[in-house]
Structures are given as C-alpha cells and as structure tokens.
Design a protein around this ligand. Structure first.
Ligand SMILES: Nc1ncnc2c1ncn2[C@@H]1O[C@H](COP(=O)(O)OP(=O)(O)OP(=O)(O)O)[C@@H](O)[C@H]1O
Ligand SMILES: [Mg+2]
Length: 318
C-alpha cells in the first residue's frame, strides 16, 4: 500500500468576475508516494503545489480525479487521524502561547490534559522553541511561527506528514534543524511529503521527487536519475596556488577554466572526464588548499525555464 496515491487529480478554478473562465491550477496529477519515503514536491511559484496539498487535506475538492492516503480515500476520518499537515502560511490564534496552542490541538485529537501537556513540551523542544513556550504567538517571528506550525502538525504522531514549504521563513540554522527533524521522522518510519522550490532541500532529504510546472507533472524519480540535474562538471575553489601551477593543471587537462578571485584564490572548472578527487589530489600536492568543491548542474530554476519555454501553455480552458 502506498502512503499517498493520486490519480488524474485535477483542479480548475473559475476566475474573473464578469465573465468567469476556468483556470487550470492542477491537471491530471498521477503520483505515488511510498511508505517511509521523504518525497519532495518541487515546482516554481504557481505550479500547483499548494493546490495538490490542499486537495490531499480536503481543504478544497477536485474538479476530477481521485486521491488516497494509506489506501483510503482522503475523506476517510480514520485516516485523517494518522496524517499531519503544515499549511503554507500557518496562522494561529495569536493571543495563545505556543504551549496553549499545542495543547489545544492535542485536545482536538482527544488527548487528556497530562498527555497533551507532555506532547506540547516535547514537540516545542523538538522544533527548537522550548524556551519560548510561554510567549504569545503574536510576539513570534516568522521563523518561530513556522516552527510552531511544524510542531502542531506532529501532535497526533502522524504516520503521513504533509508539509507545505516547511523551510519557508527559516534562517540557515533553522533550515538545518528542520532538515534533521525530517530525517528523524523518516527514521521513525513516517512518510514525509513536502513541497518546496529549493532544490538543495530536496537533495538533502528526498529519496524521490516530483516536479510540477504549470499545473502539470513535469518529471518524477530520484533526483540523481533525473537527467536534467546530472552533474555537468565541478567547480573547485582553492587557495595558495601559483599561476604557473594553474597553467600546468590546465595543460595536463585537469582544469578547463581558471578564474583568479583574488587573495591567491582560484575558481577552477574541472572537466567531467577527470574525477574531482584526482584533480584535487594533484593540486593539493602542488600546495593548494581546498576552499570548496561544488557540482555544476542545471538548477531547478533553469529546468523550470526550459520546461516553460519548451511547452508554452495557456492555463485557461477556453
Ligand atoms: N482560489 C483560487 N482561485 C483561483 N485561482 C487560484 C486559487 N488558488 C490558487 N489559484 C491558482 O492556481 C495556481 C496554482 O496555485 P498554487 O497555490 O497551487 O501554487 P504553488 O505551486 O503552491 O505556488 P507557490 O510556490 O507560490 O506557493 C496559481 O496560478 C494560482 O493563482
Ligand atoms: Mg504554494
């Protein structure tokens, strides 16, 4: 049984006041998310990500198509108890404290007073705002509210977790903490389905991804297998290398292009035909120090631009 399955899931909106016309927010999405997967749902602004997640949570209803969670239709009450959801821009009763909000959500799930207090404390610690548990939510920053949103999605120990842009509003440290949290959830056997437009988050977390653009599925699979994102070369930044050594490395075919970035540093573009480990070993033997090594590949943005360019689509229906 899959954790999430959609078949031909479609949502059309009617837009325009005087002459309402159908608009394609999502068209024929067929997707399977296996149990225990961390699955990234990627796409640019307006691609249809939030629409899909809302359809899964039955906050909106499909024009056509079908969606299942844990083998049951999304409306099934028993299944809903096993799902956690972080909405896109979580907003809460802001006169409550973080602790009160979580206890309130716990009460909605039917936990008794001591159980919900314990859960609230554990989850607020887990998302890194334990120290602010008694603060009113109206005093919370965007990143702190995002963490509260993640905590409330986990109150019922869900087996399937649906996060709409979990990293949004978080600083680099916050991103790392939430990434680690997602991996801990996976290690406990949870399925995590999250939307994002940041490729790096997907790379750090996902077993598989789906890419949507213009309301349609553009690609699905393991990131490493998606041809568009395969490494085209490496950029190596080194320090402490003389110009002669750079020329020698070029002559030996270890380096394709070298740009001096000042401070005795060079950004070197390595050819794909040479293992970056080998180029690095030879350069460090020659006295270079490693500053950074990064793969060169198409970015998600390049991919989107190409997709949109290849298939210009009018999302209106008439
Ligand atoms: N209630 C609505 N009425 C009309 N159009 C809508 C409605 N909700 C969403 N849309 C349109 O559907 C498309 C998909 O929106 P959606 O919110 O799913 O995008 P998204 O992929 O989540 O984008 P983002 O990355 O910006 O969050 C957008 O073009 C949006 O304008
Ligand atoms: Mg969205």
């Amino acid at each position: 049984m899959d954790a999430i399955r959609t078949e031909g899931l479609t949502k059309h909106y009617r837009v325009g006041f005087w002459r309402p016309r159908p608009y394609v927010a999502l068209e024929g999405l067929t997707l399977e998310v296996r149990q225990g997967e961390v699955f990234g749902f990627l796409g640019p602004n307006g691609a249809g990500k939030t629409t899909t997640l809302k359809l899964l949570m039955q906050l909106i209803y499909p024009t056509s198509g079908h969606a299942e969670i844990l083998g049951r239709p999304v409306g099934d009450a028993a299944v809903r108890r096993r799902v956690g959801y972080l909405p896109e821009n979580p907003s809460f009763y802001d006169y409550l404290t973080a602790e009160e909000l979580l206890e309130y959500v716990g009460a909605l799930f039917g936990y008794g007073p001591s159980a919900r207090r314990a859960r609230a404390a554990r989850l607020l610690d887990e998302v890194g705002i334990g120290a602010e548990r008694r603060l009113h939510l109206r005093k919370f920053s965007k990143g702190m509210l995002q963490r509260v949103g993640i905590a409330q999605a986990l109150v019922n120990d869900p087996e399937v977790i649906v996060f709409d842009e979990p990293m949004s509003g978080l600083d680099p440290l916050g991103r790392r903490e939430i990434r680690e949290l997602v991996l801990r959830l996976r290690d406990r056997g949870c399925t995590v389905f999250f939307s994002s437009h940041v490729l790096a988050d997907a790379e750090a977390l996902c077993s598989r991804v789906a890419i949507v653009a213009g309301g349609r599925l553009a690609a699905v699979g393991q990131l490493a297998d998606l041809v568009a994102f395969q490494v085209r070369g490496w950029e190596l930044v080194v320090a402490g290398l003389g110009p002669e050594a750079v020329e020698r490395a070029k002559g030996a075919g270890l380096v394709m292009r070298a740009t001096a970035v000042g401070d005795g540093r060079y950004a070197l573009e390595l050819p794909l035909s040479v293992a970056p480990e080998r180029a690095l070993a030879e350069l460090t033997t020659g006295g270079a120090r490693l500053v950074s090594l990064n793969p060169l590949r198409e970015t998600l943005e390049d991919f989107f631009v190409r997709q949109v360019g290849a298939a210009p689509r009018d999302r209106g229906l008439d």
